[in-house]
Design a protein around this ligand. Structure first.
Ligand code: AMP
Ligand code: ZN
Length: 472
């Protein structure tokens, strides 16, 4: 397949170090709060990538860390420890917070049909490995101690800004964040490998180390976990675009200095999900979660479809109007599949060209929207129902929209049980529509009717007034 590589800023053939065996590393969530649907956009697209690599005949070893220590609010070395802030907010210990939000993250993933990586490693379980890596970096002269902390010396590298100008916005933020920070640093891009001088008197988690009681910097966890689990040559490393700097830049610096050779050839970054206020972020608050979408009556897989309709390398703007469109598209798709007769054998010869087209679409820098077009083409094509069902199941190994399962359930509405709040909202809209009709305000009445239709509300006039239900 061809994939865009942030490192070379080009789309290029993806060739694993050992052909047919892909070693894939994913930066996991910082578990101090629920994942928002922006984070989950990144995990959905990474899931599609992993599944497509398998579909394309590779074996994939995938590792994800869980950040439960060391991630400060700036992404650089300033600000508050995110985990500590979460614990304080909820009057719990850091480990309780970590456990709770790790579980919540994987529950969300399950709802979105995101496969859990085979290996998931909480950072706090590998501190001995981080200490070892820092020791080697000190021995090799890539690190120094100052003011009780250990820093990576970026001046020892020929090329520190490996991701070029492409992420200049992110670079600017990282550098700005670094400017206010501690005078122990020899260069402003140096970063902390090990803290002993905590800025927080009450830092909960500390470990013994050759440099005193302390805790690791954020970046070291991904280098150490990746090298230990996946070896010295990583094929692909993924994350959201905000990870490119400083996090991935610093990972490359550490790993290559430690290993003494180039480490990871391909870097896959998913562009952000934005809302009306800009990038969705946990620290800004007011973010949307999978549970919130469910409360509003959306099937989480509608959100998955919403993400697949766009290319991962374009920013995606979220609104409920566009999500409603995805809900309708999902419902129609499921209805069409439910209408296919279930008996008979597929014609594999007739199916093959569609499988090729699907591979071509996804193999072209993971063009998921084109992949969906191939699915629509199949449903329209002159193929037997059995062949169509076969192809839907085949493509869904990658798309993971639960299409055959949803169709088997009888093309249920894309939403789920309504909450009392949602039912009250619908009642209010119906009353407003009746009022508008009474006043012959057809524009308003029609607009409300469309809003109700988008929520799959079916209305019937009866002598007792309007009766309604949410239905297909
Ligand atoms: P965090 O839990 O903050 O460490 O982030 C988890 C993942 O979500 C990382 O790969 C981030 O780059 C990614 N991410 C954060 N915000 C967004 C966003 N608004 N849209 C897409 N991905 C995001
Ligand atoms: Zn990472």
């Amino acid at each position: 397949m061809e994939l865009y590589n942030t490192l070379t800023q080009k789309k290029e053939p993806f060739v694993p170090h050992t052909p047919g065996q892909v070693k894939m590393y994913t930066c996991g969530p910082t578990v101090y709060h629920y994942a928002h649907i922006g984070n989950l956009r990144t995990y959905i697209m990474e899931d599609v990538l992993e599944k497509f690599l398998r579909y394309d005949g590779n074996q994939v070893d995938r590792v994800m860390n869980i950040t439960d220590v060391g991630h400060l609010s700036s992404d650089a070395d300033t600000g508050e420890d995110k985990m500590l802030a979460g614990a304080r907010r909820e009057h719990k210990t850091v480990l309780q917070i970590a456990q709770f939000y790790t579980d919540a993250f994987f529950k969300d993933c399950e709802k979105l049909n995101i496969r859990k990586p085979d290996t998931v490693v909480p950072a706090t379980s590998r501190v001995a490995d981080f200490i070892h890596m820092v020791e080697v970096l000190l021995e090799k002269g890539y690190a120094y101690e100052a003011g009780g902390n250990v820093y990576f010396d970026t001046s020892k590298l020929e090329n520190y800004y490996v991701f070029g100008n492409q992420n200049s916005e992110d670079l600017a933020v990282g550098v700005r964040d670094s400017v206010e920070e501690d005078s122990n640093k020899r260069n402003k891009t140096d970063f902390v490998l090990w803290f002993t001088k905590s800025k927080f008197d009450d830092q909960e988690l500390k470990w013994e180390s050759p440099w005193g009681l302390g805790y690791p910097g954020w970046h070291i966890e991904c280098s150490a976990i990746s090298v230990k689990e996946l070896g010295e040559y990583l094929d692909i490393h993924c994350g959201g675009i905000d990870n490119a700097f400083p996090h991935h830049t610093n990972e490359i610096a550490q790993s290559e200095a430690y290993l003494g050779h180039p480490w990871c050839k391909n870097w896959f970054h998913v562009l952000h999900l934005n809302d009306a206020r800009g990038k969705m972020s946990k620290s800004k608050g007011g973010f949307l979660t999978v549970s919130l979408l469910e409360e509003k009556g959306y099937d989480p897989l509608v959100y998955r479809l919403f993400c697949l309709q766009s290319h991962y390398r374009k920013p995606l703007t979220f609104s409920f109007e566009t999500l409603d469109n995805a809900a309708q598209a999902y419902q129609k798709l499921v209805q069409r599949i439910a209408a296919l007769k279930a008996d008979g054998d597929p014609d594999l010869e007739a199916a093959a060209p569609y499988q090729e087209k699907f591979k071509e679409a996804l193999g072209n820098d993971l063009n998921t929207s084109l992949g969906l077009t191939v699915l629509y083409d199949v449903l329209k094509a002159d193929l037997t129902d059995a062949t169509k069902r076969y192809l839907v199941g085949d493509f869904d190994q990658v798309l993971s929209l639960g299409l055959l399962e949803a169709a088997a359930k009888g093309a249920k509405p894309a939403g789920k049980e309504l909450s009392a709040e949602e039912a009250a909202e619908i009642e209010a809209l119906i009353a407003k529509r009746a009022e508008a009709r009474k006043n012959k305000d057809w524009a308003t009445a029609d607009a409300i009717r469309d809003q109700l239709a988008a929520r799959h509300v079916v209305m019937k006039d009866t002598p007792n007034g309007v009766e309604w239900h949410v239905g297909p």
